[in-house]
Each structure stands twice: as C-alpha cells, then as structure tokens.
Design a protein around this ligand. Structure first.
Ligand code: UDP
Length: 193
C-alpha cells in the first residue's frame, strides 16, 4: 500500500478492494492491522499536537476520508470514508470471516446498530457490543477478548478512538481495529449521513 503525506500526516493511496483483501489476509495470518480515517480536522489536530501525530503514525492504513484530503493530493483520486468501509466489510463479512465487536456511542445506539445489522445481513456475526462511556477498561478488554472478535470497530470521535486503539490493540486478540466516528449513530438510524 502506497503512502503520501499532507502536512506530515500520512494518507494511503489505496482502494476499498485492496483494504478488504488486506483485512482478509491479516485475519488469516493472525496479524494486526489498524485503520484511521484522515480528514482536514485530523491533519490540523496532528499538526497542533505531537501526541496526536505520534498516535496517527502508529496506524497501518490512513484512509482519505475528507474531500479536502482528496483535493490536496494529486495522487489520491477517490475518497474512502469510514462508513463506506464499514458497509463494505459487512457486505463481505462471509468472505472475510468477520467476527465483529462494536465499541462506542450510547448504549441504545450501539444496540440498535447491532439489531439493524443482524436484520440486514444474513448470518453476520456481531459477537459483542459495548457503549463508548464504559469506565472500566480492563473489563472491556476482557469482554472483547472473550467474545472471540477479530474485527473491532471503535466509534467515539477523534482523537479519543485513535488513542484507545493506540493504547489497547496489543492487549487484544482481535486483528483489525478501525476508528469509525459517528458511524453507529448513522447505522442506528439516529443520524442522517
Ligand atoms: N462518543 C463515545 N464516547 C465518548 C465520546 C463520544 O462513545 O466519550 C460517541 C458519541 O456518542 C457519538 C460519537 O462518539 O456516537 C461521536 O462521533 P463524532 O461524530 O463526534 O465523531 P467524528 O466522526 O466527528 O470524529
């Protein structure tokens, strides 16, 4: 996967297909892969904070989520959004062998998101959920590990979700970690895109 830089922030030159392929192989090989979406807001935050820059650079894939990111680079032709990547992974859940854990948003939202996904996709494995306001991180790590999840979606806004991935991915047996912002609010039907 090729990478370009906008104001020192990495952005991947890639496609949905390439990411889905990488996710599938990463799970097969029991490795780890983390995805952060890059928009103008994150580029600004990273340039204001060395900590945020360090956290972002610790990821493996940097999807060009914002339209300004696409416009800022000649090498990037297509926008890749967090919600569309989420939807593609659900579309391909069988091929990927996805066992999905949803972490983030309010309890009612994440529950409705789970129920809507189960209704929409045949045999999708949503192996666990937790709201984004849980205080006991050790409890959460245990819950995710006992669920057998291989993909964790984290929806808590930025940079909170990226910091959580940075601090916790090595404590988790899951393979794929993706920050998806307000995606559960949309899936639950609470927010329009
Ligand atoms: N959220 C959360 N825990 C927090 C703060 C926020 O789970 O401590 C959730 C909030 O309920 C909402 C989402 O994070 O579902 C907010 O995402 P937002 O749209 O602000 O993120 P962005 O995509 O703008 O980074």
């Amino acid at each position: 996967m090729k990478t370009t830089y906008i104001l020192q922030v990495p952005v991947s030159i890639t496609s949905y297909d390439e990411i889905i392929d990488t996710i599938t192989k990463t799970i097969e090989r029991k490795q780890k892969y983390s995805v952060v979406s890059i928009n103008l807001n994150k580029i600004i935050k990273a340039n204001e904070s060395a900590e945020v820059m360090k956290i972002i650079k610790s990821f493996d894939c940097f999807i060009p989520d914002g339209i300004s990111v696409v416009r800022a680079s000649k090498e990037i032709n297509d926008r890749i959004t967090g919600i569309d990547l989420f939807n593609k992974i659900c579309d391909e859940h069988e091929k990927i062998g996805a066992k999905i854990f949803l972490y983030g948003a309010k309890q009612e939202i994440v529950e409705t998101a789970k129920n809507n996904l189960i209704r929409k996709y045949n045999n999708i494995q949503i192996v666990g959920i937790e709201n984004g306001y849980v205080k006991d991180n050790d409890y959460l790590i245990n819950k995710i590990n006992s669920s057998g999840a291989n993909i964790v979606f984290i929806a808590m806004g930025s940079p909170k979700q990226e910091r959580w991935i940075y601090e916790n991915k090595n404590k988790l047996n899951a393979n794929i970690f993706i920050g998806v912002g307000g995606t559960f609010d949309i899936i639950s039907g609470k927010l329009k895109r």
